[in-house]
Design a protein around this ligand. Structure first.
Ligand code: TNX
Length: 488
């Protein structure tokens, strides 16, 4: 198919070929999300049929299993005598950085990177090009791709506190995130409606706090063993699990489990299943009770989660001792050898400048915190709150931040380049109204594709209409991953 293709032939092709194949055969944008930083296309295609042979001289300890998973998924066999070769190679090329890769597709396939992470991301790019066409053929464009991420933090937050998500779902989600080069899964583990992580020495946190949920939602909790398995599963996919215990507010589940955590005049000590926020808090005038509890919880989180960053919450609470609490909590994290993250409100405390702040109100004045040297995670609600509707008025969605909801186009319009001192982007799925795996899929996808592209791809390569047509071409991949994405 060349420039000489007649109109009638082209029309016939258009109906025969899927969106993905059109992108490869015709000279459109390659069907990749997030879009790579540099693509040089050559004429012609490489066709793979039954089998490939993988050639990897050095250890590619996560990239090889990832590639093998993809080959299994698409039923492409490995055969040492195959003429189709995939070379995987660690190199030393500073421009590829810690996560970049180069993928060259010609008469064979060559993938190189400085690190296992880079090779892993190269595999993800290759996997998006491996979509079966008619006649069981895989048709790959001849191309040279050199690609590195714009931001280190390419995140998604799941609220498992209001409504629980089972371990199996989290595993699926981590695999799906990694396919699009997302690398931080922030778990909002505790809130008024539930406490979802086992803490040794505090059995009632999970017996009582784990048994409640928002009305209509699921209860449950993760054992420490389950967390360790999840951490390993995520590490194999270059996803860091970032734990959050929301303190000192959003703590009714902890208070219901251990009443002494509330101030003595508090009479509301029952488990909570409503939708209000901002009514509960650990008693900050009982430091001898509160701080040892906080320290025990943080110590165990640090032991469970290797993440450099531990999120201490800090949102939506008014208390005269709030700033002092946040300062002490961020220093506790520091003493445990890690760095704290707090929601934007935490910026009022006297924190070390390496503490990350997560911006969630579009209009919050983060300037003073920037002046003190903090870096920010961008989660402005009107672009990144995926508990808001895919369209205006979608059932079971919030609209407090933006009454039109957060359609895909809006999610894509956040421009991180308009902000300073940005470590990355994170979309958030709160779960007051999201009670099943299917509903979670619906809220998360395809909007997470926008998060992935904002966090990875430079501004000059981002264009909504082109993105949208690439979303169409990755639909077979979402299907392959069994995602019950929102379809309009
Ligand atoms: C605000 S954003 C919250 C959550 C709610 C969410 C609902 C933030 C740090 N706090 O407690 O679940 O709105 O959209």
């Amino acid at each position: 198919v060349g420039c000489g293709t007649s109109d009638s032939h082209r029309a016939a092709l258009d109906t025969e070929l899927g969106t993905h194949e059109k992108a490869i055969v015709q000279d459109k944008q390659l069907p990749l999300i997030p879009y790579p930083q540099s693509i040089t296309r050559h004429s012609g295609t490489l066709q793979l049929s039954q089998s490939v042979v993988l050639i990897a001289p050095q250890k590619a300890s996560t990239a090889m299993p990832a590639l093998i998973r993809v080959l299994d998924e698409i039923n492409l066999k490995q055969d040492a005598s195959s003429a189709s070769k995939i070379h995987i190679q660690l190199v030393d090329e500073p421009i590829l950085g810690a996560e970049g890769y180069r993928l060259i597709i010609n008469n064979d396939i060559k993938l190189s990177a400085n690190s296992d992470a880079g090779l892993f991301y190269g595999v993800q790019t290759l996997s998006q090009l491996l979509i079966k066409q008619q006649d069981s053929l895989f048709i790959l464009p001849k191309v040279e791709i050199t690609d590195t991420p714009t931001f280190a933090w390419r995140g998604n937050m799941l609220d498992v506190a209001r409504s629980f998500l089972p371990v199996e779902y989290l595993k699926q989600h981590i695999e799906r995130m990694a396919r699009f080069k997302l690398n931080r899964l922030h778990l909002h583990l505790t809130d008024d409606q539930g406490w979802r992580v086992e803490i040794a020495g505090y059995p009632k946190l999970t017996e009582i706090g784990g048994a409640s949920a928002v009305e209509g939602g699921r209860s449950g909790f993760y054992t420490q063993d389950q967390i360790r398995q999840l951490v390993k599963f995520a590490q194999d996919r270059h996803v860091t699990l970032v734990p959050e215990v929301d303190l000192p507010g959003h703590t009714q589940a902890a208070i219901a489990a251990y009443n002494r955590l509330a101030c003595d005049d508090v009479t509301n000590l029952a488990p909570y299943n409503g939708l209000e926020v901002g009514f509960s808090k650990l008693c900050l005038t009982k430091p001898e009770t509160t701080y040892p509890f906080v320290k025990d919880v943080l110590t165990q989180l640090v032991a469970l989660f290797p993440s450099k960053y531990i999120h201490i919450g800090g949102d939506e609470i008014k208390d005269p001792l709030y700033a002092e609490f946040i300062g002490r909590a961020t220093r506790m994290v520091e003493e445990l050898g890690r760095t704290a993250i707090a929601w934007e409100e935490g910026s009022v405390a006297d924190n070390n400048p390496d503490v990350l702040l997560q911006l969630w109100n579009d209009k919050y004045d983060i300037q003073p915190a920037l002046a003190r040297g903090h870096q920010i995670i961008l989660s402005p609600c009107s672009y990144t709150y995926f508990d808001h509707g895919n369209y205006t008025g979608q059932a079971n969605t919030y609209d407090w931040c933006r009454k039109e909801g957060v359609p895909l186009e809006r999610a894509y319009q956040l421009n991180p380049q308009n902000f300073k001192q940005v470590i990355g982007v994170e979309s958030a799925m709160w779960s007051e109204l999201v009670h099943t795996n299917e509903a979670a899929d619906n809220r998360l996808w395809p909007r997470l594709l926008a998060t992935a592209e904002l966090a990875w791809t430079e501004e000059r390569h981002r264009d909504y209409p082109r993105f949208l047509s690439r979303v169409d071409s990755v639909i077979p991949i979402l299907d392959r991953l069994n995602i019950k994405y929102y379809q309009d």
